[in-house]
Design a protein around this ligand. Structure first.
Ligand code: COA
Ligand code: MG
Length: 294
């Protein structure tokens, strides 16, 4: 998955539109984009959409962002949407591995109730939305085999920290949010799951989105969330390995294959050792995921 598009769960129009957005995944939102008065209606709208979308011949992955564990709404959310067997649940305000284990148990019950295979439902956690969560990012490792990705959020974190802003006047994230971003990346690598960069809310600013997405790729993120269909093409493009990058990765892998037992090779006067081989293998796997012949 390169792009994950948020779609408010109470908007049949946006849900419908999202299917043609080109996003690798949709995140049907029952949480922050839904007013308290609309929570119940959103569950029904989301369920109807998921049922239809699952029947489509070609479809993006379908995630549902439920309300946080503390809200008391999460059980009703899961009762509603698990009947349609979404591919994964996004857990907001996660506080480390314990909250993933908690959700894992809730999912196991709903899978049994709905006749779904055990572990059919994945989990993607929003790992840095509270101050407490920042200290627990290292605890996702081995929490649950359902966990497939970690992402981070700056909006809720800034509310929890009592901050007035999370970006400077040039649009760059301020220190606490850069830390959250780095912790998410390290937490995801430590847990062996996909690191997913946060949303870019200035949705008419394509240049700003591209820059932030390229910085995310440079640092190790392999996907980014979107809030508007207009953001999807840029995100997909940035996270699709280029032909040159694929060719280079192939050369590195071939050079190691041609020197069995060797831990180091030289290509065009540059040294490559084990970390370079791993990077090349990871890049080819991502290219394959994006539908590129490798
Ligand atoms: N998914 C699907 N369709 C969307 C969409 C989304 N996330 N965001 C906008 N669209 C649709 C609009 O409905 C509109 O459709 P139309 O041309 O048929 O009228 C079209 O795309 C263009 O939208 P635009 O007018 O540019 O934006 P807007 O003012 O309608 O919507 C937002 C702006 C921010 C309200 C909207 O993008 C949105 O709801 N984003 C998701 C918010 C969210 O889920 N937040 C929670 C996570 S941070
Ligand atoms: Mg939020």
């Amino acid at each position: 998955m390169r792009s994950l598009l948020f779609v408010p769960g109470d908007s049949p129009k946006k849900l419908d539109k999202s299917m043609a957005s080109g996003a690798d995944a949709l995140i049907v939102d029952l949480e922050d984009s839904i007013s308290a008065a609309n929570k119940e209606a959103a569950r029904a709208t989301a369920l109807a959409f998921l049922r239809n979308a699952k029947a489509a011949k070609q479809r993006p992955r379908l995630l549902v962002r439920v309300n946080a564990i503390e809200t008391g709404l999460i059980d009703g959310d899961l009762d509603a949407v698990m009947a349609a067997a979404p591919d994964a649940i996004m857990l907001p305000k996660a506080e480390g591995g314990a909250s993933v284990i908690h959700l894992d148990a809730k999912l196991a019950v709903r899978e049994a109730e709905n006749g779904l295979p055990d572990n059919a439902t994945g989990i993607v956690a929003l790992a840095t939305e509270t101050a407490t969560a920042m200290f627990l990012v290292g605890t996702f490792r081995n929490a649950s085999t359902r966990l497939s990705g970690l992402t981070w959020g700056a909006e809720d974190l800034s509310a929890d920290l009592g901050a007035q802003a999370n970006r400077d006047t040039d649009g760059n994230f301020l220190d606490p949010y850069r830390l959250a971003r780095s912790l998410c990346l390290a937490g995801a690598a430590s847990a062996g799951v996909q690191p997913i960069d946060t949303v870019y809310v200035d949705f008419r600013n394509d240049a700003g989105l591209r820059r932030e997405t390229e910085e995310a790729r440079r640092d190790g993120f392999t996907a980014k969330m979107a809030i508007h269909p207009g953001q999807v093409a840029i995100i997909n493009e940035v996270f699709t390995p280029t032909r040159e990058a694929v060719a280079h990765a192939r050369r590195v892998i071939d050079a190691f294959a041609a020197a069995p037992g060797g831990g180091v090779v030289g290509i065009d006067g540059v040294m490559y050792d084990r970390p370079h081989l791993i990077r090349a293998q990871t890049l080819l796997a991502r290219a394959k995921d994006a539908g590129i012949k490798v």
